[in-house]
Write a protein that binds this ligand. Structure first.
Ligand SMILES: Nc1ncnc2c1ncn2[C@@H]1O[C@H](COP(=O)(O)OP(=O)(O)OP(=O)(O)O)[C@@H](O)[C@H]1O
Length: 257
């Protein structure tokens, strides 16, 4: 099967503020099949967000190449939805207008069907009564849910998520994980999900990519053999607990601090 996303020998070097070079990624190879869900985990600064920005077309690779649907990535593309750590909502727009903003931005108008879809997404994120509010009237977690809804508006084939649940409280975080599983089972997508949570990575992913400290490299790729659909019971599955323990040990051995 051809890949949907390919990183071939990607090396990325930035110039830091004091002028010295920072190699964020070194020779990274990564290949995602259609509708595969992978998580990137690894220590802070190992280049996880850089990988997402390269796939999103927000950054050009210093060396190597990034391809989507077998074409080189040269600019941001429509079939990609992106969720950042922070919600990045427009403060002067209502919640529902923030969700439909990508359509307004691209086509200059919002179709009735986009409005209907935005309402359905609002319901999904449990904010059906908040559509007319402004972002500052919502908690941080609620704002992040709005950002997730916005990324789903045009039902993207590819979803890039950079620690999307890290600002949420633990309960909402679990709920959103199951919601994301449901969304992906209903409308399959290729997902790259950055997280610091081994549990979250295991619950959601088909494969977990463990990255090493800077310069970021792919240290290990772990298949997650847990059956789908994954539910609350999955969290108590002995395979889940054993793998969580093993991955934690591996990550710790690699970065003993
Ligand atoms: N535009 C930039 N200019 C200079 N250095 C950068 C730039 N973007 C990223 N870096 C550096 O590249 C390295 C990788 O950053 P990146 O944000 O990809 O890491 P990360 O794994 O996502 O980190 P975290 O888990 O803390 O979010 C870091 O050392 C960072 O300081």
């Amino acid at each position: 099967m051809p890949s949907v996303i390919d990183l071939n020998a990607v090396t990325q070097t930035f110039v830091s503020s004091d002028g010295s070079p920072v190699t964020a990624l070194h020779n990274v190879d990564l290949h995602l099949q259609r509708n595969e869900f992978i998580s990137l985990i690894g220590p802070s600064g190992c280049g996880k967000s850089t990988v997402l920005r390269l796939i999103a077309g927000l950054l050009r690779p210093g060396a190597g190449e990034v391809r989507i649907f077998d074409l080189p990535v040269t600019e941001p593309r429509d079939e990609i939805g992106m969720v950042f750590q922070k919600p990045t909502l427009l403060p002067w727009l209502s919640v529902v207008d923030n969700i439909t903003f990508p359509m307004r931005h691209k086509y200059g108008r919002v179709d009735a069907k986009d409005g209907v879809r935005a309402q359905a997404l609002l319901k999904m994120i449990g904010l059906q009564d908040f559509g007319h509010k402004r972002p500052h009237e919502l908690s941080g977690g609620m704002q992040q849910r709005v950002a997730i809804a916005r990324s789903l508006l045009h039902d993207p084939d590819i979803l890039l998520m950079d620690e999307p649940f890290s600002a949420l409280d633990a309960l909402t975080r679990d709920e959103m994980s199951f919601e994301l599983l449901r969304i992906c089972s209903e409308r399959p997508k290729t997902v790259v999900f950055v997280t610091h949570s081994i549990q979250e990575a295991l619950l959601l992913s088909d494969r977990i990519v463990v990255m090493s400290a800077r310069p970021g490299r792919v240290a290990q790729i772990i298949d997650v053999p847990l059956a789908r659909p994954r539910t609350l019971q999955t969290l108590a599955d002995p395979v889940f607990t054993r793998m969580a323990h093993e991955i934690r040990e591996q990550v710790f051995t690699r970065h003993p601090h």
